[in-house]
Ligand binder design. Sequence first.
Ligand code: XMP
Ligand code: MG
Length: 180
Amino acid sequence: MSIVTLHDKSFTIYLSEETIQQKVRELADALNREYAGRRPLFIAILNGSFMFASDIFKHLTVESEICFIKLASYRGTKSTGQVITAIGLDQDLYDRDVVILEDIVDTGKTLHEFLPQLHHQQPRSFAIVTLLHKSEATKFPLSLAHVGFEIPDKFVVGYGLDYDGLGRNLKEIYQLAPDV
Ligand code: XMP
Ligand code: MG
């Protein structure tokens, strides 16, 4: 499928399943090298990162743990700029090698506002891995350890990302089509 319609909008294919899966393997390979012997704790940010987190975790060969937290801050096609606090962070991060898994870093506000809560727990190390990064949209600079794809500032859906609830099941990533 090269065009999908979700609610009132059309989206065109941007990253194929194969392209995404190849990148996921590359990211996992890098993490396997970097975290050998360190038993990292991965923190996947729900909802959007569930598919990315699941795929990357399948390719990890280092002993690792994962937990899932929620920090919803997004409605419709524009960032609301409202960050809700973390739900589900019950692990002790003290002295752990923590790796955040995000589907997309857009303005950077969500993670920027969440990071002090993590640092407060004094992890041994801390890294952010994001599948997608809209560098043009970044307003809150973050140090990103790994970025899967640098993408333009256009709304995307699929592979866990949604447009008002729909599109998360798509195996590919789609871009909002221009209005005709
Ligand atoms: P910020 O701006 O805080 O945004 O970096 C991060 C969160 O906003 C959501 N987001 C998107 N979701 N398509 C989506 O489906 C997009 O193009 C998009 N841009 C941002 C996402 O939940 C991310 O974690
Ligand atoms: Mg997200």
